[in-house]
Design a protein around this ligand. Structure first.
Ligand code: MRU
Length: 357
């Protein structure tokens, strides 16, 4: 299945596709400094919950690789700074913290297992190599998760007709075939005739710039709509399902996703359109009882008053919460790589991820 690669580990560094320049230009940056990877996450050169998890994993491996530490203790101290820097980029998508936690744990295991030797340089080289292998494994796991989500989700899609999404939960957002768009890709591959309704998703325009581009590249039929057309199309447009990604899912199924998702979910319910969330287990945060505890990123009002550097409003204060929370009651099912969870989510999510918190 053809799709674009937003991030890759290469011998020369971490290669990231610049999502700020899409769809006009396809530009890749090669990063050799983990701090620049952190900046790329913060500035949304790479974005989407699973993809920023992969970026944090590769950033951590990159930081370790370029460390000049000569002892294990020096490397440990540096690695703490590296992972802290990567953690202080974006607050909502839990995949980022999932990846960082995993890397800290892996580092501790490797450091603990390192046989006390007279050759600390060899010990450090081993740890560096193992961290690169771990980053590649995280990437490969994301790809496998997307394929499994796609397989489970495709069954839930209409055989023919329209499917609405929001934002970009595609290859650009995961490093695989996408979560929501993976479901759509697999449904199309299995012979369903689907047209995707793509809300443009102001202010960053992930729908218009990224989802429309990705689907168009793949030859999947789509219609781009502005965000204020959502209600109209859910009421009159023959939409058979809505499928979106997620940035963090609380234990009760409440789901943070791109701003606008909550409104779509309510309009979907009003019009009897099933509303699906597609996300990997790494997006679950079972430590939070409900969505009220999910931190919502506030971004700059400049991103609302300007489009591509052009003023579209006077310099007034503009609100910019980057995410909203969809209450669990609007969600028909949550599609994960381990299967499809239905209400009551507090039970079904825990059953899918018994040791996850
Ligand atoms: O601000 P973004 O572009 O990082 O937000 C992305 C989304 O809200 C996606 O829907 C979510 O991360 C799921 S991506 C598979």
């Amino acid at each position: 299945m053809h799709h674009v690669e937003p991030i890759e580990w290469k011998p020369e560094g971490v290669v990231i596709l610049d999502q700020l320049r899409l769809p006009g230009e396809v530009v890749y940056h090669t990063y050799t400094d983990y701090r620049h990877v952190a900046r790329a996450i913060k500035d949304m050169i790479i974005r989407g919950a699973p993809a920023i998890g992969v970026a944090a994993a590769m950033g951590a491996a990159l930081g370790a690789q370029h460390s000049k530490a000569e002892t294990l203790d020096e490397l440990r101290a540096e690695f703490a700074v590296i992972t802290d820097t990567l953690a202080k980029t974006r607050p909502t998508a839990v995949d980022l913290f999932w990846a960082i936690k995993r890397f800290r744990r892996r580092f501790d295991e490797l450091a603990h297992d390192a046989a006390p030797s007279s050759d600390p340089a060899a010990e450090i080289a081993n740890i560096k190599a193992a961290l690169i292998a771990e980053a590649l494994l995280v990437h490969e796991e994301r790809r496998a998760a997307d394929r499994a989500i796609g397989k489970f989700g495709a069954e839930l899609m209409p055989h023919t007709g329209r499917v609405m999404t929001q934002c970009n939960a595609g290859a650009l957002a995961t490093g695989g075939i996408g979560t929501a768009l993976g479901v759509i890709r697999m449904a199309v591959d299995s012979g369903r005739t689907i047209e995707v309704l793509v809300p443009e998703t102001r202010p960053y325009l992930q729908g218009a710039r990224l989802t429309a581009w990705e689907l168009h590249q793949d030859g999947i039929p789509l219609t781009l709509i502005t965000d204020n057309m959502v209600g109209h199309f859910l009421r009159t447009g023959g939409v058979g399902a809505v499928v979106v990604g997620a940035d963090r899912i609380a234990a009760n199924g409440d789901t943070a996703n791109k701003i606008g998702t909550y409104g779509i979910s309510v309009l979907a319910r009003e019009n009897n359109v099933p509303f699906y969330v597609a996300a990997p287990i790494s997006t679950l945060d079972l430590s939070l009882a409900t969505g009220d505890a999910i931190p919502i990123e506030e971004r700059s009002s400049h991103e609302v008053t300007h489009i591509a550097g052009v003023h579209i409003a006077p310099d007034v204060h503009a609100a910019h919460p980057a995410f909203d929370v969809t209450p669990n009651r609007y969600i028909t099912a949550i599609i994960t790589e381990r299967g499809v969870a239905k209400p009551p989510y507090t039970e079904t999510l825990r059953a899918l991820a018994p040791s996850h918190h």
